[in-house]
Design a protein around this ligand. Structure first.
Ligand SMILES: *Cc1c(COP(=O)(O)O)cnc(C)c1O
Length: 247
């Protein structure tokens, strides 16, 4: 790792500033239409496949929240960014294997993708050495098809049911249950997906009134997610440009 790996080129900084201005104005417009205060919506810059220097540049532009979806890539990037003296709030948003829990809790401030009791327990065990609790969002399967990840609303499945997972997070001393996360299922109109998610969220909050975060919406659909109550939008390509490979 060299110092130059996180050096920001002026042309890239300008590109990111433009992307950020466009995304912020889309968020402002969506909030205006929904009658919401933009201060209620946190934009997480999803920097997967992009270098540490982009995180440093974004931080310089005022972005405080950064998301990554793969432990191997994230762990190295966090270290490079830290070496540049920058400390954003790191959100882990990707599918997480239990054997990566120990690594992720070393750098993540928030994990959005907890969808099983076993994963919640692995994270709880891994937080033993942390000074501050790990914020956790339970990922919901909007279409109820657990095959693509997400806990199952209304299911009593002891490992994958939404309530069993939320309960395991709420009961773990090293974890703090802060809300729900979802990705619109393939083939679903975002409108239908986020309306369904809002229903699930309503029920969930009757049981967990303090867990008010709702992480929903990506580059292509975050306006609709905001309309349905998203408090966190996860924005990659609209901010940083198209990624070379689909992840
Ligand atoms: C990549 C990713 C995003 C961002 O996607 P874009 O379409 O590039 O905005 C959001 N959420 C998750 C879980 C992701 O993996």
């Amino acid at each position: 790792m060299t110092d130059s790996s996180a050096t920001v080129r002026p042309d890239r900084r300008a590109e990111l500033a433009n992307g950020l201005a466009r995304v912020r104005s889309r968020i402002d417009d969506a909030c205006a239409r929904a009658g919401r205060d933009p201060a209620e919506v946190t934009m997480i810059a999803v920097t997967k496949t992009y270098p540490a220097s982009d995180v440093v540049a974004l931080a310089g532009l005022g972005v405080a929240d950064v998301g990554e979806n793969r432990d191997q890539e994230a762990a190295g990037k966090v270290a490079e960014v830290a070496a540049a003296g920058v400390r954003p709030r790191w959100h882990f948003i990707g599918q997480l294997q239990r054997n990566k829990a120990r690594s992720v809790v070393r750098y993540a401030d928030v994990v959005h993708s907890v969808d099983s009791v076993r994963l919640a327990r692995a994270l709880a065990t891994a937080t033993a050495d942390r000074e501050v609790p790990l914020d956790v969002l339970v990922q919901v399967s909007v279409d109820g098809d657990g095959a693509r990840g997400g806990a199952l609303p209304g299911s009593a499945d002891p490992d994958a049911g939404l309530e069993p997972v939320a309960g395991a997070v709420a009961d773990a001393s090293g974890l703090r249950l802060v809300g729900l996360m979802a990705v619109a299922p393939l083939g679903w109109e975002p409108e239908r997906a986020f309306a369904r998610l809002a229903e699930v969220t309503g029920v969930f909050r009757t049981v967990h009134p303090g867990a008010t975060a709702l992480s929903a919406g990506m580059s292509g659909d975050f306006e609709i997610a905001i309309q349905y109550g998203a408090t966190h939008v996860r924005v990659g390509s609209a901010l940083l440009g198209m990624r070379p490979t689909l992840r």
